[in-house]
Design a protein around this ligand. Sequence first.
Ligand code: MG
Length: 398
Amino acid sequence: MGALSGERCDEPSSSALSAPTVEMLEAHLAPYAARSSSSRGRRYPEPPPLARTEFQRDRDRIVHSTAFRRLEYKTQVFVNHEGDLFRTRLTHSLEVAQIARSVARNLRVNEDLVEAISLAHDLGHTPFGHAGQDALNDCMRDYGGFEHNRQSLAVVDELEAHYGAFDGLNLCFETREGILKHCSRETARKLGELGERFLSGKRPSLEAQIANIADEIAYNNHDVDDGLRSGLLTIEQLAGVELWQIQFCEAKRVHPQLDGRRLVHETVRRVINTLIVDLIDTTRANLAEYAPDSLEAVRAAPPLVAHSDIVAAQAAELKRFLFRNLYRHYRVMRMANKARRVITGLFEAFSEDPRLLPPGYIADDPAVQPRLIAHYIAGMTDRYALKEYQRLFLISEN
Ligand code: MG
């Protein structure tokens, strides 16, 4: 036993795992890919990781974070308790990572980086999906607003409390850049190096561009699937949506015996595949045309990760369909209305009397108080927010 624990405490027997492994792991990358070996680095310098790249370390830190586990109980469109099979922010993020990695591997760009960005992109989302974010943004109108992209960055830069040497996860510049999909010019000015591209009109890495479009591919498809599962959408309604209908007819032609949920799955997987293949083909053509020979050349080029014109128009049609028929469905609107009441009620109660807040969220400087309340509320899962609302407003709860 003694010998065993002694062995465990030994220094690693060789450093042969570090530098050569990283080079080996990134040897297949194209010249325009982001490389962890030439990363702009972390806010707090750290020794290089053993046996993995810098971007793998980012991905691992994200997976081990508290905010990542909270995604399991945050709404995508349907509130968590509405059904066990609907997407949550966690399964959404996993689907985004799957799509983004498929595209990245085909284009020989950095899979570890696209995975890190994909898994982190929604860490800052409030409970109750977009309804929650809109309500919190309204509450914060006089205090700098609330935007989930900016909040995802706050989570990885400041709010996670896991490491001894720094607040946040201390991620690489390239991962943080990918998380900050958009921001106002005013915010960009405050963010220094990270905000630069919004002021100079430059692009982020191809990995960030891929994660961004993978997000759209994932939610357009799983919202159709969840919409059908819930009965809020029907197959008949979707007949007018070209992207869907082409694959639906094809699925029925190849598998005439299929119906019900299985036909839906067969169609959805074909639509996802069509979008991924189109994205890879079009981006490959763009890369051939602009021939960027480095990440810096990617930043200076127009957006290179894109769909063909035909598929882009079809995807936009599907998006409009979902907006009209699902996101504005009266049953979704009713839930959104409840979400707004909960978020607004919590914010107002905490603002009126910050002593209702748990320790750690009470500011010494009153000017900072609204932001700390926003951090507290944004970190809540759907059910925690509902419970907290009951605890504050129902006499029988404690
Ligand atoms: Mg998303």
